[in-house]
Design a protein around this ligand. Structure first.
Ligand code: HEM
Ligand code: HEM
Length: 220
């Protein structure tokens, strides 16, 4: 039987992904120069989306769940050894190595924000910078910039890996992250998707926590 298009990623995963792309590069590129006033608004959106993605990883659709794609050391090693020979086992969701990048990026974003809220310099005033001494704020500003650059490094590797899959392994992962489906044989079972109502409720919780963190009441 020929392959047919089957569902792999739900709408919340896809919208969150492309939202993370825009807000991460947005926050990074507005960290200096005349656009600096947009640094905190982009960070606010980024934090809301990253928090939502963590909640969705706990309570969301099957392929979005951490329990579905986080695997042990043995699986990661076996997968990495296969990749060395330009072969790979297909996973209906994140592969064991990609899963590590997902967690590193999400934890990294939360760490950038955790230090960033206490940072203060060159006209950007972190929402909680007044709650710590000037010395601590200055140290956390340095930590903030360090984390931002570490996450950018992981993101560059992430993007290079996606293009490596496309051109070296002939496996297009980008189209499924846009359309939500990919071709599969008759044996492939579609994952269980959680309802959009649950996603909206979790997004509201993420937005509330983000507003409290940024002391920003615009959307509440
Ligand atoms: C334009 C550049 C980018 C492209 C083309 C891209 C593409 C992709 C693709 C195809 C996947 C799915 C991988 C798979 O099938 O296992 C993915 C996953 C992911 N990417 Fe990207 N990505 C980009 C930039 C970014 C950036 C800037 C971030 C965050 C700062 C990011 C964070 C993530 C996360 C968290 C996932 C996991 C998705 C989920 O389960 O929610 N990506 N990316
Ligand atoms: C809570 C939200 C945030 C606050 C309050 C904040 C605050 C600041 C402050 C005060 C600085 C100036 C440091 C200096 O003078 O060198 C800074 C720099 C920087 N921030 Fe953020 N930031 C936030 C979120 C983010 C996010 C999400 C990213 C990355 C995606 C980011 C990336 C950077 C980078 C790369 C710099 C260094 C700019 C340079 O080269 O001087 N920030 N941030």
């Amino acid at each position: 039987m020929p392959d047919t298009e089957k569902r792999i990623w739900d709408l919340p995963v896809r919208l969150t992904h492309w939202g993370l792309v825009i807000s991460f590069f947005g926050a990074y590129l507005t960290s200096e120069g005349p656009v600096i006033a947009l640094h905190i608004p982009f960070a606010y959106i980024l934090f809301t989306l990253a928090l939502f993605r963590v909640f969705w990883g706990l309570f969301g659709s099957e392929t979005a769940r951490f329990s579905h794609f986080l695997r042990g050391y043995g699986a990661v090693k076996a997968y990495a050894l296969e990749l060395k020979n330009l072969r790979h086992k297909q996973y209906w969701g994140h592969n064991p190595l990609g899963a590590l990048a997902v967690v590193a990026i999400l934890l990294g974003i939360l760490s950038i924000i955790a230090a960033g809220v206490f940072a203060q310099s060159r006209g950007i005033i972190g929402p909680w910078s007044g709650a710590v001494s000037a010395g601590s704020s200055s140290l956390l500003t340095d930590v903030h910039v360090l984390f931002a650059n570490l996450v950018m490094t992981v993101v560059v590797v992430h993007i290079a890996a996606i293009f490596g899959y496309k051109f070296l392994l002939k496996d297009n992962l980008i189209t499924p992250m846009i359309k939500g489906t990919r071709p599969a044989g008759p044996d492939q079972v579609e994952p269980r998707f959680t309802s959009i109502t649950v996603a909206v409720a979790l997004l509201a919780v993420a937005l509330a926590i983000s507003s409290l963190t940024f002391r920003y009441w615009g959307l509440l």
